[in-house]
Design a protein around this ligand. Structure first.
Ligand code: GCV
Length: 725
């Protein structure tokens, strides 16, 4: 029988219809959150609570009442309704009667209901207060703040508590942001590609234009708002001047519209040469009045279209970008000409301290890229306008797996500063390897710079607390893309979450942050929480173990993909990511006594930790000192044996991740279980590749074999004969 038979064709059509109908019914009867397991909803899944958990909220107010009206307040109300309904499985009506309600509004509007309502502290912008009260005798939950954005943050905080099973029966929780500036930077190019992006194409741009469909932008803004991020720089710091073209600004306004309901303000990166390249001027000299006028008009035009525009980010005189040096001007001159154009509108300039010469003479042992940021910016302290912020990478090189905190944080007393952290894992496994960066960021933020011999942790310097600066804060290079799960890997999203949480409150511990994240992403099954928290918390050190221990850097391919092991690529070039490994020893001598003098950029108390070889912590030894392979560490091991051991241990630990993950079979959804398992299997193989490449290389250089005799066959060849490279 063939399908050409008319009856058979009819039957097939009927069958097909039944199948389609069945598929349709199945799809729409899936639990509401099931599609979210792709990772698209990230930590905002609002998975339905099981019965015992839901019981905790059976007396929760029945409706949502907004006091006041604004797009952000409406978003807060809608988000609260969405989250409560999904998690608790019942609907929450709206209304105007304040009893038995979740009451959302600015403090001034909420107090009209009860003038005695008084938060325990004065609420700062974006801070919020969650309070269970009785209004006219009936219980209500108040979500209030000084501004509407704070109310939105409060709504997210309340939803997070419910998703993690915290009681809301007697709330009295006031939270304030640690700093006013909590931004993400995206390194998106206008053609839709993302520099160092590992999660797909740009959510903002394609083919030289802003995307026509900005749905993902709105969804991203929702994620950002949920962790208190209030600014988003949408294009690469290697900025295309065209972003300031007259016909591009209306397109940017569309992005701003998508961000606005979530209280996220748009910012862009600009190229300093724009007045010349797209403005038709003969110059971009920041001290030329015509250039100042050009910036003023351009910024005025932006504000006409985007009244809540946040400001701009500038990368200049770095990695081939144009800058003020072209006219013998300073970075302060360059920052201020743009800052003055922004000032009347309340906008700010982030001027990046990532300025260095990438054509350094590597033969000269006194040269040191690590010194560049301080050398360039410390002499300009006090010369930047009040709405300019110097944006400083956490370490003095470039987001390596282990670096000391940049001494520049302690070197600016009369200048606003912000710390730049990298969420996208450029040098830390590119989201193919698990590497939870919060513990690393915490080390930088908690590092005590001992300015004036006082306790001055980096977090207090960048937030402006130490020197009473008007502005300061946090910038995270995020680089999310069109991939359903944003960063290309579900577990990597803990870094985006963690950045937001630390920017909000750097006093949270890594354990607290990961615990919140795991519960929101995977639920509160104790096996799941224990396993995922443990994997995340160990992952940075494991990655460090099999890539670049003792502060030598990642030993990755620095002239290529920044991913593969390629220790030789660091040397013999001007990029300055040197480890100075040769036949006799390894490490950069950055001491004041015999080396580059970099250590002298730190306050005296910190110098005392790093300058003496005996005091320097093992984990940063090769960052600060050049030592023979036989040098004995504080741990009692020689440097060479530590290198072997740590690579073997790291590769084993990566292998263990697979077994640990397998404990979760049947505890989480199959989709994420399998996806993440495959990633761990891949990582374990890559860790072995790293181990073998580095151990082989170091054996060939040093000629000293592993005491435990573990070197792979290929490396049991004769060591390299050259004594110096
Ligand atoms: C956007 C590193 C990265 C570059 C990046 C640069 C920067 O060098 O590899 O891709 O450029 O940092 O932070 O400006």
């Amino acid at each position: 029988m063939t399908s050409k038979h008319p009856d058979c064709r009819g039957l097939k059509r009927v069958c097909l219809r039944i199948l389609l109908l069945a598929a349709w019914v199945c799809f729409f009867s899936l639990p509401k959150n099931a599609w979210g397991e792709s990772g698209a909803e990230a930590w905002l899944r609002y998975a339905p609570l099981n019965e015992p958990a839901a019981k905790l909220y059976e007396n929760a107010p029945a409706k949502i009442v907004l006091r006041g009206d604004s797009p952000v307040l409406r978003t807060a109300g809608q988000e609260l309704a969405r989250g409560l309904e999904q998690m608790l499985g019942r609907s929450f009506g709206s209304g105007s009667i304040a009893q038995d309600a979740f009451l959302l509004g600015k403090l001034s509007d909420v107090r009209t209901l009860d003038s005695k309502l008084k938060p325990p502290q004065v609420l700062k912008p974006d801070g919020f207060w969650l309070k269970t009260v009785r209004i006219h005798g009936a219980p209500s939950v108040i979500i209030t703040a000084a501004n509407d954005r704070g109310v939105l943050y409060g709504a997210f905080a309340l939803l997070s508590k419910i998703a993690r099973g915290e009681s809301i029966a007697s709330l009295d929780d006031l939270q304030q942001p640690y700093a006013a500036i909590r931004w993400v930077n995206q390194w998106d190019n206008l053609d839709g590609r993302i520099e160092r992006g590992y999660g797909g194409a740009s959510i903002f741009f394609e083919a030289g234009k802003v995307r026509s469909d900005l749905t993902r932008t709105g969804q991203y803004a929702r994620l950002l708002a949920s962790v208190g991020i209030n600014g988003c720089t949408v294009n690469n710091v290697n900025a295309a001047p065209e972003v300031l073209d007259d016909n591009f600004i209306p397109q940017l306004a569309r992005i701003a519209e998508a961000l606005r309901p979530w209280g996220v303000q748009l910012s862009i990166s600009v190229d300093l040469s724009s007045p010349k390249v797209i403005g038709g001027l003969q110059t971009f000299d920041p001290l030329d009045p015509l250039v100042a006028e050009w910036w003023r008009k351009k910024i005025d035009e932006i504000y006409r279209r985007i009244p809540d525009f946040a400001g701009v980010v500038i990368k200049a005189d770095s990695e081939g970008r144009s800058g003020p040096s072209a006219y013998g001007r300073t970075h302060a001159d360059a920052a201020n000409v743009v800052a003055r154009a922004l000032k009347p509108h309340g906008g700010v300039v982030f001027y990046r301290a990532f300025v260095y010469n990438h054509h350094l003479d590597w033969h000269n042992l006194k040269n040191d890229r690590a010194k560049a940021a301080y050398d360039n910016f410390h002499p300009l302290d006090g010369e930047f306008d009040d709405n300019a912020i110097v944006q400083i990478k956490n370490g003095p090189i470039d987001f390596q797996v282990r670096e000391p905190a940049s001494p520049l944080f302690a070197g600016l007393h009369r200048t606003n500063e912000a710390i730049e952290l990298q969420i996208t894992q450029e040098y830390t496994g590119q989201q193919k390897h698990l590497c939870f960066l919060v513990p690393m960021w915490k080390e930088a933020l908690d590092f005590d710079m001992r300015v004036g011999d006082q306790r001055t942790p980096v977090k207090d310097l960048v937030s402006g607390r130490v020197f009473h600066r008007p502005l300061g804060g946090f910038a995270g290079v995020a680089n999310v893309g069109m991939d359903a799960n944003w960063l290309g890997s579900p577990l990597a999203m803990a870094n985006l979450y963690g950045f937001g949480r630390l920017a909000w409150n750097p006093n949270l511990t890594s354990e607290q942050i990961v615990d919140e994240w795991t519960r929101l992403m995977f639920g509160s099954d104790p096996v799941v929480v224990r396993t995922i928290n443990d994997l995340q918390l160990r992952s940075w050190r494991v990655y460090e173990n099999y890539t670049g221990p003792l502060g030598a850097g990642t030993l990755t391919n620095i002239t290529g993909n920044h991913y593969d092991p390629a220790p030789e690529s660091s040397e013999n070039n001007g990029w300055g990511q040197w480890h100075r490994a040769d036949h006799e020893g390894i490490g950069m001598d950055r001491t004041v006594a015999t080396g580059t003098g970099f250590i002298g950029q730190y306050p005296p108390a910190v110098q005392k930790i790093y300058e003496p070889l005996a005091a320097c912590p093992d984990e940063l030894l090769l960052f600060f000192h050049h030592v023979p392979y036989s040098h004995v560490l504080q741990s009692g091991k020689t440097v060479i044996q530590h290198i072997y051991d740590s690579h073997y241990e790291g590769a084993e630990q990566a292998q263990d991740f697979i077994g640990e993950w397998k404990n979760l079979a049947g505890h989480i959804d199959e989709e994420r279980y399998r996806d993440i398992l495959a990633r761990f299997e891949f990582q374990a193989g890559e860790a072995v590749r790293w181990r073998d490449t580095i151990c082989h290389w170091i054996y060939q250089l040093s000629g000293i074999a592993d005491q435990k005799g573990r070197l792979p066959k290929a490396s049991q060849t004769a060591p390299l004969s050259n004594s110096k490279r």
